[in-house]
Ligand binder design. Structure first.
Ligand code: ADP
Length: 639
């Protein structure tokens, strides 16, 4: 991975992480808000229930206190004289109505003289308040205030806890009569209030105000209760406080944060990659266009129909025309009319992976014809155009000039060599033949080698000249309708002496065929000589080379079959090329130039035939050529 892309990856990861943290923070803030809101709602609910409980407490107490207050108005009405018989049923009535009254005591002159019910409270009868040091100062303040006063909860002599409601009674002449003291069963009242509170899902504790005996609890709510001078604190707490961990919500929130951060990170990464790709693409397009523009050869972008879309400087120079006179015109408008059809065929045959090359003539602004070689490929879509073709146009003038020079040089050198070589070979032949007298024994071998080599040199020069003439189109092939069989017989007869050198027998496989072909007799003999001499050359001594004829529907096939070593697979593709030999040492060992098959191919094509071979290494070769059957031979065959 390059430095640039790894930095980009780290940046992407960091931004995703930052995104995750921001989203996570958002989730936590939302959870906090939600938790506060929940807490607020719970507090509101708790407050509402605490108010309800306080209202119950006050209602219960008020009802009881009113009863006691009603009794206080009875005494002045009786001018302070109390008739016990009259009082008893009334006290009973009060006691029964006031559900939490434990006892009611009347203390004229601050001494408890009447007590209802007496049973269980006997110890309080006759109690003189000034004697109770703990209570007397408070009682004195009640008397002085002339107002009823509630105190407690206090531990009662009779056991348990109670509230004491003291009502100072003054007679109509404003003289102090005494106290009415109502003891309220605090334990019972508190139990009832607590049970009501429990039904509402809260727990309550009642303590006198100022006595901070209740430890401050979390989620607890304190309400003050004041009645008839008494001050309490009512603390309410939820019985089952909700656990506020929000684990599910938190997990969901963080899960969403992860997903969103991941998605955003992925989207950013993809966008970044796309932007980089686009940048790279633009850069590579610019590079391509620059290379295209500055290429030393002509370059053209064209449509599938051959319309010119873009041309480079070299192409403009080649045709000596400015780009505006070239663009949007078909390529064939710069070719001679005779080539239009071929050009269209080539353009429409352009396929990916094919060898899309052809020769073409272009005409420049001065009407000069320029031979070019075109190579094309499909580029795909470009700048809105579909299936764009790119064409490489190579000016062939220099190459053709060099080829011509080379041919002319080879031809003239060969020509110059041929005459003296013919003379040398002739002279050596005469000497070796003994025409000029007997050759001294010591010179015989050297002279024979010299003669053989001069003949090989002659053959090479003949082949070279033939090849050059063929290439230059200077060899004239005169086709003449004739019988094929005699030509084959003649070829076998002429080449047997050569085959004898290799102890090979040439054999024309009968029966004679009655086939006529249109051929140049001499040139066909040259082809047969090449195939038969090759077969003999590459066969082992004592082998046989067969010459066969097969007639097909409209052509005849002539095959030369040998029992030689066969042809290597990797040489097969080059065998018809000029100067190609399977083994370079062949030319020294067996003679030959590597031109024979190339010349045979050219000659056969001029005679409208074709050449080929079948060979398996180690199992011999069969070289064959096919020629079209002449009409008359078909007629004859039908007779
Ligand atoms: P040359 O003059 O060297 O024979 P050719 O063009 O006739 O040139 O043949 C080219 C090469 O093809 C030979 O050098 C040889 O390697 C191979 N060749 C041709 N004919 C045969 C054959 N019948 N058997 C094996 N190899 C052959």
């Amino acid at each position: 991975m390059s430095d640039h892309s790894s930095r980009r990856l780290i940046m992407g990861m960091l931004s995703s992480l930052a995104m995750l943290l921001i989203l996570g923070l958002g989730v936590e803030l939302l959870l906090r808000q939600y938790s506060l809101r929940q807490h607020e709602l719970e507090q509101q609910r708790l407050l509402a229930h605490a108010y309800e409980v306080r209202a119950v407490l006050l209602a219960e107490l008020n009802a009881t206190l009113h009863l006691a207050t009603g009794l206080a108005s009875y005494i002045p009405a009786k001018q302070g004289r109390i008739d016990e018989a009259e009082l008893q049923p009334w006290l009973r009535g009060l006691f029964e109505q006031g559900r939490h009254i434990r006892n009611i005591g009347l203390a004229p002159g601050n001494r408890i003289d009447f007590l209802y019910p007496l049973a269980g409270n006997e110890s309080a009868l006759g109690l003189y308040y000034p004697d109770i040091d703990a209570q007397w100062p408070a009682i004195q303040r009640v008397i002085a205030s002339r107002k009823p006063h509630l105190v407690g909860p206090l531990s009662l002599l009779q056991g348990g806890q109670g509230l004491i409601y003291r009502v100072p009674v003054y007679l109509n002449d404003q003289s102090y009569w005494g106290l009415i003291s109502t003891v309220i069963d605090f334990d019972q009242l508190a139990a009832e209030v607590e049970s009501i509170a429990r039904k509402r899902g809260i727990a309550v504790t009642i303590t006198p105000a100022g006595q901070t005996t209740i430890p401050a609890k979390q989620d607890a709510l304190d309400l003050s209760v004041s009645l008839a001078g008494a001050q309490w604190q009512l603390q309410a707490t939820p019985l089952n406080p909700a656990k506020k961990t929000f684990t599910g919500l938190r997990m969901l929130g963080w899960g969403l944060a992860f997903t969103v951060a991941g998605l955003i990170g992925f989207a950013l990464h993809t966008q970044q990659r796309r932007a980089n790709l686009l940048l790279a693409l633009n850069q590579s397009q610019r590079d391509f266009l620059q290379a295209f523009e500055l290429a030393p050869q002509g370059m053209v972008l064209m449509t599938a129909e051959g319309g010119l879309l873009v041309v480079n400087q070299a192409f403009c120079r080649l045709l000596q025309l400015p780009p505006e006179q070239l663009l949007h015109r078909p390529l064939h408008s710069f070719c001679p009319p005779a080539e239009h059809e071929a050009l269209s065929a080539h353009v429409s045959a352009i396929r990916p992976g094919h060898n899309n090359s052809w020769f073409l003539t272009l005409v420049d602004a001065q009407h000069l014809q320029i031979p070019v070689e075109c190579s094309a490929a499909i580029l795909g879509s470009l700048g809105g155009a579909d299936e764009v073709r790119i064409l490489h146009v190579q000016d062939m003038r220099e190459r053709l000039r060099l080829q011509r020079l080379q041919s002319e040089f080879t031809a003239s050198v060969s020509h110059e060599l041929r005459t003296p070589l013919t003379a040398i070979a002739g002279a050596l032949g005469l000497i070796n033949g003994g025409v000029l007298g007997e050759v001294p024994h010591a010179m015989q071998q050297l002279l024979q080698i010299a003669h053989a080599n001069s003949l090989r040199l002659q053959a090479l020069i003949d082949d070279l000249l033939d090849m050059e003439k063929l290439m230059a189109g200077k060899i004239r092939v005169e086709l003449r309708d004739q019988w094929l069989w005699p030509l084959l017989e003649e070829a076998v007869a002429h080449n047997q002496p050569y085959a004898d050198q290799y102890q090979v027998l040439l054999h024309l496989v009968g029966p004679p065929c009655s086939v006529r072909v249109a051929v140049d007799e001499q040139r066909l003999a040259q082809v047969l000589a090449n195939l038969l001499s090759n077969a003999a050359k590459f066969s082992p001594p004592g082998a046989r080379v067969s010459l066969l004829v097969e007639e097909h529907a409209d052509q005849v096939r002539v095959s030369v079959q040998d029992q030689g070593a066969g042809i290597d697979d990797d040489f097969k593709a080059r065998i018809f090329s000029k100067f190609s030999q399977a083994d370079a040492s062949d030319s020294r060992q067996k003679g030959g130039t590597g031109l024979g098959l190339a010349i045979s191919k050219e000659l056969l094509e001029r005679m409208h035939g074709r050449i080929g071979f079948d060979s398996v290494k180690g199992q011999g070769s069969t070289f064959w050529f096919e020629l079209p059957l002449h009409a008359t031979s078909t007629q004859r065959a039908n007779l």
